[in-house]
Design a protein around this ligand. Structure first.
Ligand SMILES: Cc1ncc(COP(=O)(O)O)c(C=O)c1O
Length: 382
């Protein structure tokens, strides 16, 4: 008798980071331990005022609100006005999310996308955009401009992901570039979801604390041109406030879509815990800790860029955010291997799409001590 093999579950690709294990093991053999610059997880402490806010809100016997407390939604609207050049956002059109990764992964499904529909994501991209399309049974297409698509494909596009500043490339879209993709999407009735989680971490011409221009939001009046119709901005406090462990993020924009998302998430119980909502509210009201953290990353970036270049890497884009997008004129895994031999773990560019071949992603999320260790290892290797 044959026994039928029954399988349950979605057929998603294996989580790609498993492929890094041999390189991490090589790097760990360095006498002074590995310097892990492969994953962008914050390492500096959560600021005290945020920890305090979480503690003060610890008495939370009742269910929290999916839509977010009015005070939190006011804080988000205030933050948009103060930090992102988006005045007058109606707090009604704001909702907290359990970190932004879950929203990225579930948005196509929650928007009602189905097989035959297309999700467009950046050519080199954070992998979760594709996972979201898969959850909805939709097709994912890599493009940075809708003009790259043929007419038949364009007609099927329902959702366009924009990621500025981008992970992993650190590229930034200016107002004109954002406005152009918004106009293209509106022509075909597609939603533009803009993942802006690195917006506070601009460097060089995008470093507002050093005379640069603030990174624009999709909801900026110059981009949105009078209405938030069809637009969603997705933001996370994970990196700006060192609260990746809290799962603290939000989405805001189109009034009709936001009302629908709130309703769907009420049915599904996708709720940010009340103490985290309070921690978010307090964090969003305090710009000082964000700038202190940014200074730390700027310092790390300024030390490691010349060390990587001295090792023979070319840095591409990397105008904002927590990553350096680098190449050495060889295969991705050759660069990953050569750095692992020196006790340094970096992310392989191939994890971010075919266009990532030949690139590595170097995260700035390591302590000053570990960054300095990497700098001296890179110098002694040349
Ligand atoms: C582009 C991008 N979007 C979303 C996320 C998810 O952030 P979180 O779920 O911590 O809010 C990340 C995290 O690295 C990211 O790089």
């Amino acid at each position: 008798m044959t026994s039928a093999v029954r399988t349950f579950g979605l057929s998603l690709p294996d989580y790609p980071w498993e492929a890094m294990a041999p390189y991490a093991a090589t790097a760990a053999r360095h006498p002074a331990g590995a310097v892990n610059l492969s994953i962008g997880t914050p390492v500096d402490p959560t600021p005290a005022l945020i920890q305090d806010a979480l503690r003060v809100a610890a008495d939370a016997p009742g269910y929290p609100t999916v839509h977010g407390t009015p005070a939190l939604r006011e804080a988000v609207a205030g933050w948009f006005a103060r930090r992102r050049g988006v005045p007058g956002l109606d707090p009604q059109n704001v909702m907290p999310t359990v970190g932004s990764k879950e929203l990225v992964a579930w948005l196509p499904f929650l928007l009602g996308l189905k097989p035959g529909d297309v999700v467009v994501r950046p050519t080199v991209a954070y992998p979760t955009y594709d996972i979201g399309a898969t959850f909805a049974g939709a097709e994912q297409i890599a493009a940075d401009d809708l003009d790259e698509l043929d007419a038949g494909t364009r007609a099927r596009v329902r959702l366009v992901w924009v990621n500025s500043p981008a992970n992993p490339t650190g590229s930034v879209r200016d107002v004109a570039s954002l406005r152009s993709i918004v106009r293209q999407a509106r022509e075909i009735g597609a939603v533009v979801a803009s993942d802006e989680c690195y917006a506070e971490l601009g460097w060089g011409e995008w470093d507002a604390q050093r005379g640069g221009t603030p990174v624009p939001s999709i909801l900026d009046p110059q981009v949105a041109e009078g209405s938030h119709d069809g637009l969603l901005a997705v933001y996370s406090l994970s990196k700006q406030s060192n609260v990746a462990g809290y799962r603290a993020a939000f989405v805001a924009g189109d009034p009709v879509i936001m009302a629908n998302l709130v309703n769907s998430r009420k049915h599904a119980g996708m709720i940010v815990p009340y103490p985290v909502q309070e921690a978010m509210r307090v964090a969003l009201g305090d710009d000082a800790h964000v700038l202190v953290q940014k200074d730390l990353y700027r310092g790390r970036r300024e030390r490691i860029v010349p060390a990587l270049e001295g090792f023979g890497l070319t840095i591409h884009e990397s105008r904002a955010g927590l990553y350096l997008w680098a190449s050495a004129g060889e295969g991705t895994w050759d660069t990953v291997g050569r750095l692992a031999d020196r006790g340094i773990v970096v992310g392989p560019g191939v994890f971010y799409g075919d266009a990532g071949h030949g690139f590595v992603r170097v995260a700035l999320t390591a302590s000053d001590e570990r960054i300095d260790a990497a700098v001296s290892r890179l110098a002694s290797a040349t």
